[in-house]
Design a protein around this ligand. Structure first.
Ligand code: FAD
Length: 153
């Protein structure tokens, strides 16, 4: 991509506010998680979600072997969790029962499809189970930093 376009592309996408998720998968005693904001609700019938995951992510072999993954939707205050699963290890962060403890919600998915998408791949999951945590404000990422939403008191 031309330098100018790439810079403008990055800047434009930095202006898109996103909730922060952790995608996790486990197979044969191995478990991996990674932070992702490229997450969307794709279909209601059937219930599908989609994520953009870098082609070199270490999550791939485990996710593809498991043919299943979980998406934990992070809540405000879980910045350390996001940092940890983005490759900046933090004390005391761990997955429990295949998901992030204390998340706003967890979507348990079966791997439905994987599509090429440049240096990323689009992974589609069929939601088989939903676990709802206590309702509250989400962890947001916008303009290259963690943000808060205005939450009614
Ligand atoms: P690693 O970098 O090895 O794993 C990530 C981290 O998680 C490592 O520190 C590892 O020690 C830790 N970890 C893994 N498994 C476990 C476990 N079972 N228990 C405890 N710790 C574990 N990348 C994308 O491809 N798509 C996105 O949408 C995306 N969004 C991002 C949003 C934000 C806000 C940030 C900060 C990063 C985002 N990234 C995204 C980048 C991505 O999170 C990092 O590149 C990540 O490090 C890639 O993970 P990996 O699977 O390659 O493996």
């Amino acid at each position: 991509m031309a330098d100018g376009l790439q810079e403008a592309f990055r800047e434009a996408l930095a202006r898109f506010a996103a909730g922060v998720t952790v995608v996790s998968a486990r197979h044969g005693g191995e478990e991996r998680g990674m932070t992702a904001t490229a997450f969307m609700s794709l279909s209601l019938e059937p219930p599908l979600v989609a994520l953009g995951i870098h082609e070199k992510a270490k999550l791939w072999p485990v996710l593809e072997a498991a043919r299943a993954f979980s998406v934990s939707l992070l809540r405000e205050g879980q910045e350390a969790v996001s940092q940890h699963f983005a490759g900046r290890p933090q004390e005391g962060v761990a997955l429990e029962e295949g998901r992030v403890p204390g998340a706003l919600a967890v979507l348990r998915c079966r791997l439905e499809a994987v599509y090429p998408g440049g240096d990323h791949r689009l992974v589609v999951g069929r939601v088989e189970r939903v676990e709802l945590g206590e309702m509250g404000p989400p962890l947001m990422y916008f303009a290259r930093g963690y943000r808060r939403v205005v939450w009614p008191s």
